[in-house]
Design a binder for this molecule. Structure first.
Ligand code: MOS
Length: 750
């Protein structure tokens, strides 16, 4: 009997499955960081600075202390001992520089800097008391204006984060000559302001004081390990004295990649008062830390008369704080997407008196591709070429910027499948679509690209005494479905039904995990889970080999199949060894293996590894008012193996919505005179609502990648958003002839 005729469970990988925590999330039984309610809980409310730069000279707290229920007021003069060195405040996602140290001293470095914490028996008392605190300052001059400080732009300092966020390669070819000789050229700018993440769940931390300087911390974070390391080093605690738990996160979008100040304040207060403390930020305070950096880009693209892109210059100027060099990969993408010979790239930072920016939904990629892909359409227009035809004419078979081959690249299939689904052949040249009533109609498309990053990660797999599988990792999930996908990977590796797999997660006492971000979670942590499960399988098999009577004879691992909780011998499928028999043979003890998956850097380095996408969209633009309606959009994605078609589709839908947001809705408005963000609430900070979204369609293109990781997974977290925004801009151009250079495109920009 051959292996193929053995009863095989339907593979879990690739099938649609609801998130295992979905029901808890939609029924309100999921517990978020601010919902843990230990006894005698104190509530903390943060006081934020009302100046942009200077020093605190006095804190008048008498009135606040008289409020019933107020227990303590903490600030830089009243706090426990904290770390002295920058390094102690660092975290996995910290850019080069000197991290912000909350309550460190009297200095104010940015508007709304947290400067005091009121602790009271109720949140309301704390908040009211906070409003009575009077802070006096000595103010220094400040500058928060990007445009006025472009002359101070400089290259970012490089740090360890440059591994994940590569700096631009050196110029190659001769841009000036090629641009001068180009038959068609486009020069333009693209600008967007800062944007804030605005997850539905606001940042909060509930700290349980366990006695003897130990704490259990329920935190809003995208990395329990990261929070644990940060809190313990900043407060000088042993790692083992800080346990961070975060099973549910109500959206992150990058805002939880770095531990935010509320976690440190919550733990600090708990240690100081030896009590349980919750610190909950409100919506307005969600605008007081990291954000997508305001960025100005300049592009100069040139092409030959027959439509070959010959010259690309892409320059970007982005805000950062005075104390850290937050940087992202903005200008590198054109050289990877298109085989252009003459390239000039420059990325510079402008330090300003603001808080350090932070990764937000496809950081860098979204910004940069927005400029590249709108420039491509302008060039196509000058060449009187169809935008898709122009891109196909300039399709990169290898990465011209490094000369490396792609580990896999099915962008061509994305173009063709999405174009067909959309009906791209119906597109008319700019301004020639028939109107619909009062509305101009436009079709636009764009490409998307995102890195497939690999990192080491560790996981544990245990065969329980019941013969079921438990997998463990500190990984936590903002809602994408990581827990479900990890369980699917584990189920397939051991041939167990999905129901027999339990995933224990989101607890820093488990194996350390990278943050959930960068679209790398499935590839990185999934590979560790797979490796741990494989090692467990090996261990189970070795015991099976020495069972009494040697039922497997001299069979090796390839000679058996693990299925339905049994080991089946290919040569004689009547020989079946249940996992429970292995456990009995092991004296009733569970079997456990921990495994670190370390990607092979030499192999990976030989390839450029990217996911790709193409979006095709239709807009209607009100000819008088300039209001843009997105009627429909199709995005095709090539991201290697798709692990769970249901959660994958949701990821891309969400990404498309954020692309709409970038193109049409989101920005945080900064008052340059006050140094303060002004629209810090969801009434004035606009994100798309249902009426803004139209009909969205997602296609997954088949793509096989043996290089990127053993699972062949490239990640879906960010790729869905990148091609959408430029496609919308290009559709607006197609409808109106107006080149979109400021994002979001607004009523009145027509
Ligand atoms: Mo994402 S911006 O890597 O959370």
């Amino acid at each position: 009997m051959s292996q193929s005729t053995l009863p095989q469970p339907k593979p879990e990988i690739g099938r649609p499955r609801r998130r295992i925590v979905g029901e808890q999330k939609v029924t309100g039984t999921a517990t978020y960081a601010a919902e843990y309610a230990p006894e005698n809980l104190l509530h903390g409310y943060v006081v934020n600075a009302k100046i942009t730069k200077g020093r605190i000279t006095g804190i008048e707290e008498r009135a606040a202390r008289e409020v019933e229920g107020v227990v303590e007021i903490m600030h830089h003069l009243r706090r426990p001992k904290m770390g002295y060195f920058d390094m102690q405040y660092s975290d996995i996602d910290a850019p080069p520089g000197s991290p912000f140290r909350v309550f460190y001293d009297a200095n104010v470095q940015f508007n709304e800097q947290p400067i005091a914490l009121v602790l009271a028996d109720t949140f309301e008392a704390a908040r009211y008391a906070a409003s009575l605190i009077e802070v006096s300052y000595e103010e220094d001059p400040f500058d928060v204006d990007l445009h006025k400080n472009l002359d101070k732009a400089r290259k970012p300092k490089e740090g360890i984060d440059s591994i994940l966020k590569p700096m631009p390669p050196d110029d190659y070819g001769d841009f000036d000559r090629a641009f001068g000789e180009a038959a068609a050229t486009y020069e333009g700018e693209v600008y967007h302001r800062s944007q804030h993440h605005n997850p539905l769940e606001m940042h909060a931390t509930t700290t349980v004081y366990e006695g003897k300087g130990k704490v259990t911390v329920y935190d809003k974070t995208q990395g329990t390990t990261n929070s644990q390391m940060y809190v313990s080093s900043a407060l000088g605690l042993k790692m083992s004295d800080v346990r961070v738990i975060a099973p549910f996160v109500g959206g992150g979008f990058g805002s939880g990649l770095r531990p935010q100040y509320q976690v440190l304040l919550s733990v600090m207060a708990a240690l100081y008062l030896k009590r349980n403390v919750r610190v909950q930020l409100d919506r307005e305070q969600m605008y007081t830390f990291g954000h997508r950096p305001e960025t100005l880009q300049r592009v100069r693209f040139g092409a030959s008369a027959d439509g070959k892109l010959t010259a690309v210059s892409h320059e970007a100027y982005a805000e950062t704080s005075r104390f850290e060099d937050y940087h992202e990969t903005v200008v590198n993408h054109a050289g990877v997407l298109y085989p252009v010979e003459n390239v000039h790239l420059d990325y510079q930072l402008v330090p300003l008196d603001r808080f350090t920016p932070l990764d937000m939904r496809a950081p860098g990629g979204l910004t940069g591709v927005l400029a590249v892909e709108t420039a491509m359409d302008q060039l196509a227009d000058r060449l009187q070429m169809d935008p898709l035809e122009f891109r196909l004419k300039n399709y990169a078979e290898r990465d011209q910027s490094t000369g490396k081959p792609f580990s896999s690249k099915e962008l061509r299939a994305c173009y063709s499948q999405a174009a067909e689904r959309f009906g791209w052949d119906q597109r008319k040249p700019t301004g020639q679509h028939p109107r619909r009533g009062n509305r101009l109609v436009g079709h636009g498309m764009a490409s998307g690209i995102w890195d497939a990053i690999m990192l080491p990660a560790k996981a544990t797999a245990r065969l329980t005494t019941e013969g079921k599988l438990l997998i463990q990792c500190a990984l936590n999930d903002c809602g994408q479905g990581a827990y479900t996908v990890m369980s699917q990977i584990a189920a397939d590796e051991l041939g167990l039904p999905f129901e027999d797999v339990t995933f224990e997660y989101a607890d820093s006492k488990l194996d350390a995990s990278p943050v959930q971000g960068g679209s790398f979670t499935t590839g990185v942590v999934g590979s560790a889970v797979k490796a741990a499960c494989f090692a467990l399988k090996d261990k189970i098999f070795h015991l099976a080999q020495i069972l009494d009577g040697f039922p497997l004879g001299d069979a090796l691992l390839p000679d058996v199949t693990f299925t339905g909780g049994e080991i089946v011998l290919h040569a004689d499928p009547s020989v079946r060894i249940p996992f429970t028999e292995i456990i009995a043979f092991n004296k009733g003890k569970a079997l456990e293996v921990s495994k670190t998956n370390i990607p092979n850097p030499i192999k990976l380095k030989r390839y450029t590894r990217n996911s790709h996408a193409a979006s095709f969209v239709e807009v209607e633009v009100d000819a008088q008012l300039g209001v843009v309606y997105l009627t429909r959009a199709v995005t095709a994605v090539a991201a290697g193996r798709i692990m769970n078609t249901q959660t994958a589709r949701s990821q891309i839908l969400g990404g498309m919505v954020w692309g709409i947001s970038m193109a049409l809705r989101e920005e945080t408005l900064l008052d340059h005179n006050m140094g303060k963000f002004m629209n810090t609430n969801l009434a004035e900070y606009h994100v798309p609502v249902h009426a803004d979204i139209g009909e969205l369609d997602v296609i997954f293109v088949e793509e096989k990648d043996d290089i990127v990781n053993e699972l062949g997974v490239k990640g879906l977290g960010e790729i869905g958003t990148i091609s959408m925004a430029p496609a919308i801009a290009n559709a607006i151009f197609n409808a109106t002839g107006k080149v979109v250079t400021q994002f979001p495109f607004k009523l009145g920009d027509l």
